[in-house]
Design a protein around this ligand. Structure first.
Ligand code: CO
Length: 284
């Protein structure tokens, strides 16, 4: 495990906003437009989780995206993805879907179950201006395809980046994202070095953690301070253990203009996306 001498303090604990999206899926939006500049290049984080079919059955029927990537981590339940680029995949517990919308995809994400628990996270990762109109890309990783490592009560699944000497499933050059699905036994500690300029947060899925003297429970997001003197993050699980997503990445420092499912750099590019979508030219 990395040795940290100047751990990042918690700048702020964020409580998400209950909302619904798609055709009426209930979810908690942890990160939205007010935090996009602060957490650049992360654009959005949604947490969904319910045992009630009426909270998720409507799913996310066909809708467009342009200009960024979506990363979906399934924790419980099964969801089927289909998109206009011809990709199809079944997301199952522990699986991760990584979709680069680039210049445009129209896709659906629909539950493949009529009862039981459905739970997961979806994170939006911005693309650099030069890559916003690239070809779409898609990959889904089964749970056993995500590189994993363990150490002293810690199990880390490396979705992106590198941790405990293990390279992640996906690497991205410009933003260099680190995305870790972390599971800690009660009282276990985890430390990870982070480049000082990278924006970072921890979203707690279950249990509780302590970071630099601040506690965060389930469905709370801790935004970590960044300053040149900090060399990483250190955290400890509470009495019931914890599962969390640790995310960090290099900011793009480019203009962010979002209209719903389109995230570009200028108003004109957004108007172009809307126009392309209306005349059926977004995704071909
Ligand atoms: Co979508």
């Amino acid at each position: 495990m990395d040795t940290i001498t100047h751990p990042r303090p918690v700048e702020r604990i964020v409580q998400g906003q209950a909302t619904s999206d798609g055709a009426g899926v209930r979810l908690v939006r942890m990160l939205a437009q007010p935090l996009q500049r602060r957490l650049d290049p992360f654009l959005m984080l949604d947490a969904f989780g319910s045992d009630e079919p009426r909270d998720y059955l409507a799913g996310f029927p066909d809708h467009p995206h342009r200009g960024f990537e979506t990363v979906t981590l399934m924790l419980a339940g099964r969801m089927r993805h289909r998109d206009s680029a011809g990709h199809e995949g079944l997301l199952e517990p522990g699986g991760v879907q990584w979709m680069t919308a680039g210049r445009g995809v129209v896709h659906s994400e629909m539950p493949e179950q009529a009862e039981g628990r459905m739970e997961g996270l979806q994170l939006w990762l911005n693309l650099p201006a030069a890559d916003k109109m690239r070809e779409p890309w898609y990959r889904d990783f089964r749970a056993d395809e995500i590189p994993a490592a363990t150490a002293d009560g810690v199990r880390v699944r490396v979705i992106a980046g590198r941790a405990l000497g293990t390279d992640g499933a996906v690497l991205r050059a410009v933003t260099d994202p680190l995305l870790l699905d972390l599971e800690l036994a009660p009282g276990a500690r985890f430390a990870q070095s982070l480049p000082a300029a990278h924006h970072a947060f921890v979203h707690v899925v279950r249990g509780s953690i302590e970071i630099a003297g601040r506690a965060a429970g389930a469905r709370k997001m801790a935004i970590l301070a960044d300053a040149p003197s900090y060399d990483g993050v250190g955290l400890t699980a509470g009495a019931d253990g914890a599962r969390m997503l640790l995310a960090a990445a290099r900011p793009l420092n480019e203009p962010i203009v979002q209209l719903g499912p389109f995230v570009m750099n200028t108003r004109e590019q957004i108007e172009q996306a809307v126009d392309d979508f209306r005349r059926g030219a977004l995704a071909n």
